[in-house]
Design a protein around this ligand. Sequence first.
Ligand SMILES: *[C@@H]1O[C@H](CO)[C@@H](O)[C@H](O)[C@H]1NC(C)=O
Ligand SMILES: *[C@@H]1O[C@H](CO)[C@@H](O)[C@H](O)[C@H]1NC(C)=O
Length: 254
Amino acid sequence: MALRRFRSTLRSSVVTYLLCFSAVVMAYDIFDPTANITITWDVVSWTPDGYVAVVKMNNYQMYRPIMTPGWTLGWTWAKKEIIWSILGAQAIDQGDCKDLPSNIPHSCEKSPRIIDMQPGVPYNQQFLNCCKGGFVSSMGQDPANSLSAFQLSVGNSGNTYKTVGLPKNFSLLGPNQGYTCSPISIVPSSVSLSSGGRRKNRALMSWQLVCRYSQFLASEIPTCCVSMSSFYNSEITPCLSCACGCRINENCVT
Ligand SMILES: *[C@@H]1O[C@H](CO)[C@@H](O)[C@H](O)[C@H]1NC(C)=O
Ligand SMILES: *[C@@H]1O[C@H](CO)[C@@H](O)[C@H](O)[C@H]1NC(C)=O
């Protein structure tokens, strides 16, 4: 008897713990447990004072596209890097480029924030999979459009494997500001096909990080109480406050 009561207390406290835990760490969705946006940074060539990189954002979430007003990707440079130019996206702020008066860079910000271009920009400013106004479909809904990419030319970084530093402190803002990003790390060099699939090209270096949707960043009231949880529009299914656990453990729903 006593043992049974102990067991059931134990079980309910485990449930309580799980509810709170999953609500705080969030991003976890039983219908899409590995949901993430993977950002890959491929160094594809060296330049006199830096390198050219292709940055790709793959939306591996099954149900959550990035919609209007589109994504904003931010990071902090490791050293005193600058962005000479970008294709397929643009920095929101040029920053202070007064140290480089003769040849004006696209952005001198220590922590640049990048946004997509709108459809219909001139051809010479485009890049493959760019220019959709920051819209990225989800993998489950439209895999062909679940990728966004741009190319940037980085200066002041050195141009050898040893001198380049990995950008850090990435942030990905969607419509509801709800993503948390991991640190970036070195991964095996990306391989891409060219020449109609007959030739394999390998990036010089590849770096990667993942960003996950985080309910608590996106809204005060988490929307994970029903199966519509994958949509971040709270108007689709209004949700009781704390319906799926609360930030403070004592308030947790059991
Ligand atoms: C990101 O999602 C993809 C596709 O579902 C999955 O293969 C990959 O393991 C995930 N990455 C992480 C770090 O969870
Ligand atoms: C990290 O990024 C945030 C937001 O972009 C910025 O406010 C903060 O200063 C950055 N932190 C560091 C250590 O660079």
